[in-house]
Design a protein around this ligand. Structure first.
Ligand code: EZ4
Ligand code: CO
Length: 402
């Protein structure tokens, strides 16, 4: 079953997506998502200029071998561009294998470990009252887990406060938005937000919060400790994670569960975090961490150490990688939760899909392969639009993690 053709499709139905399409000699096609928010064309070029020529003529069934051919064989390892490209190839090959065997990908991985996959949605507001309303809206829609973010009094453009109720996309057209940050105001404000949310909603709903890499380890320890009475499902990305040993400091100070890993791209980014039990949830994704093949290895290491999965699922994961994530989540034993940000209607029209949402959980569907297609004629009506994630500064102008 040789690969005979392939192409990279870049489109922008509401936001940019990079999609890899591989075709076999039998006319079966598979899709992979290679979207890297704000750096899309680098991955598109990596794939079309350097990877596609190597794939033509290869046996599409040799998924593990192809993964190592592109990772080990390239000499230059790791990094978000390389790993997003390898992830797209890997996902497309699983899709092809499923279609060829007429079975959904989760059956190839060992079958369903659960009936459906619990997801969390993003509630946010300009004020605490608005955030309360947004959380109530998600609970009304059936969600059992909700991430809550709120603008911070005195801080311009806090992370996570979106446009409209169900859609949040931080990348902006034109030059990057510059936001301003105050750790002091944030640390004083966040506990009062969760105190109010628990007063309104009790403890039956899971509440989550994303710090988005903005604190030092000791500040994160303080925040985790101050949030303990409100029993968060997790506190996400409390501190930048290049320095994995820094999480020891957070662990010394709080029992609030910690989630990290949406920007990680290999198992080496989280091996110490997992082996030393410094985190509770690993957020690596199919798309940015080398596809289903590599994500399974991360999850297997995590399983040994009582760390569960909680994969990134922002809108910058297109429908193809969301579907791949759901197949993986349905199967993996140590599943925790899946992030789910709804795509725009235009995105959903360009990518018809079999996955569905019901009562706060999702299912990938039972279509062969991933169960997602790409309407190329419609995609062509939404050409690529350059966009950047914001850049963050402290009040005195110093660049800070966004
Ligand atoms: O800011 O995916 O948990 N979700 C997040 C996301 C990230 C975006 C960046 O492209 O942190 O909203
Ligand atoms: Co996040």
């Amino acid at each position: 079953m040789r690969i005979v053709d392939g192409k990279v499709i870049v489109c922008s139905p509401g936001r940019n997506f990079v999609t890899l399409k591989l075709v076999t000699e039998d006319g079966v096609h598979g899709l992979g998502d290679a979207t890297l928010n704000g750096r899309e064309l680098a991955v598109a070029s990596y794939l079309s200029d350097h990877v596609l020529p190597l794939l033509i003529g290869r046996d599409a069934r040799r998924i593990e071998d192809t993964w190592h051919y592109l990772y080990t064989g390239a000499y230059w390892r790791r990094g978000p561009v390389t790993m997003a490209a390898i992830g797209a190839v890997d996902t497309a090959l699983w899709d092809i294998l499923g279609k060829t065997l007429d079975t959904p990908v989760y059956q190839l991985l060992g079958g369903a470990s659960r009936e459906s996959v619990m997801v969390y949605g993003h509630a946010n507001g300009e004020t605490v009252d608005d955030t309360v309303k947004a959380v109530a809206h998600y609970i009304d829609m059936g969600y059992r887990a909700v991430r809550a973010q709120c603008a911070i009094p005195g801080v311009l453009h806090a992370y996570g406060v979106g446009r409209g109720q169900l859609y949040y996309e931080p990348a902006e057209k034109g030059r990057p938005l510059e936001s301003v940050w105050s750790t002091e105001r944030y640390l004083d404000f966040v506990p009062s937000l969760f105190e109010r949310l628990r007063k309104e909603f009790g403890f039956d709903v899971h509440l989550l919060h994303d710090v988005h890499h903005r604190l030092t380890p000791i500040e994160a320890g303080r925040l985790g400790k101050s949030l303990e009475p409100y029993r968060l499902f997790w506190l996400e990305d409390p501190t930048p994670a290049e320095l994995q040993s820094a999480f020891r400091i957070i662990r010394q100070h709080t029992t609030t569960p910690i989630a990290v890993g949406e920007v990680f791209n290999t198992i080496f980014d989280c091996a110490q975090l997992i082996e030393e039990h410094l985190i509770d949830y690993i957020r690596t994704t199919v798309i940015h961490a080398g596809g289903i093949t590599h994500l399974r290895k991360i999850a297997a290491l995590a399983e040994l150490h009582h760390v569960r999965t909680g994969a990134h699922g922002a809108t910058d994961l297109g429908p193809v990688s969301l579907a791949a994530a759901l197949h993986f989540d349905l199967n993996v034993h140590n599943f925790g939760i899946q992030e789910y940000m709804r795509h725009t209607e235009e995105t959903d029209r360009v990518f018809p899909h079999a996955y569905s949402f019901q009562r706060g959980a999702m299912h990938p569907g039972d279509a062969p392969g991933l169960g997602v297609d790409l309407d190329e004629a419609l995609a062509a009506k939404y050409p690529y639009e350059p966009a950047y994630l914001p850049v963050n500064r402290l009040q005195d102008g110093t660049v800070h993690s966004w």
